[in-house]
Write a protein that binds this ligand. Structure first.
Ligand SMILES: Cc1cc2nc3c(=O)[nH]c(=O)nc-3n(C[C@H](O)[C@H](O)[C@H](O)COP(=O)(O)O)c2cc1C
Length: 195
């Protein structure tokens, strides 16, 4: 299963790109699971270190389903709107809460293939900076990050939405970066991915 995480609080550009991502993955024969973070109540990590002692998070909230999905996925696609040249607070909260997953089992995400998708309202609004933030999360958890490769999708899938779904639908270059990145994701899943 490929876990597709949508971290936008609105049903706009990121939601549309995620739908297209799942369509492409489906055409390639992959089962996907969509996680809309806006539908979950996810507390911020409060650094209480309960998880280091008890091997579970002190909060019993919307992260419970997210932990299960992260553990079961072979591949993880994280999609975020660009906020202040970085990822959304919703995605950051989810990332920080995986500390409990690592406390339980430091190998739980190791070897999974990770792909990022970033959507900014401006043409150059911080899409690549946000992708690097996603890649850093993958790397520090022992995952394998993919981009779309050189000649078009150097650091991964990046979109220019002009702040709306209608805007992102017109971003042909963005969809090229998505196609290339998914192609790489599929190759890496086949060659290196955990079965
Ligand atoms: C708080 C906030 C900060 C934003 N900062 C940026 C930014 O730094 N760069 C950018 O290109 N767009 C920025 N935007 C615009 C969004 O990235 C853009 O509207 C995107 O399409 C939002 O995703 P959505 O349509 O899925 O909600 C910001 C929007 C908000 C609400």
């Amino acid at each position: 299963m490929i876990l597709c995480v949508n971290s936008s609080p609105r049903k706009e550009a990121t939601e549309y790109v995620m739908m297209k991502t799942r369509e492409i993955l489906d055409e390639r024969g992959y089962e996907t699971y969509l996680l809309n973070l806006r539908e979950k109540e996810i507390n911020f990590c409060k650094h209480c270190d309960f998880c280091l002692e008890e091997k579970e998070c002190v909060f019993d909230d919307g992260m419970s389903d997210v932990y299960t999905a992260l553990e079961e996925a072979r591949g993880i696609v994280l999609a975020t709107p660009v906020y202040n040249s970085g990822i959304s607070a919703q995605l950051k909260a989810m990332m920080d809460r995986t500390r409990a997953l690592m406390a339980k089992d430091p190998e739980s995400l190791r070897g999974k293939i990770g792909m990022g998708i970033t959507i900014g309202g401006d043409r150059m609004g911080g899409q690549e900076i946000s992708l690097m933030q996603i890649h850093a999360f993958f790397i520090l958890n022992g995952m394998i990050p993919v981009s779309g490769g050189s000649f078009g999708a150097n650091l991964g899938a990046t979109f220019w939405s002009k702040d709306s779904k209608e805007g992102v639908m017109k971003d042909k270059e963005g969809f090229k970066t998505l196609e290339k990145s998914i192609k790489r994701l599929a190759q890496f899943l086949d060659e290196y991915g955990r079965k």
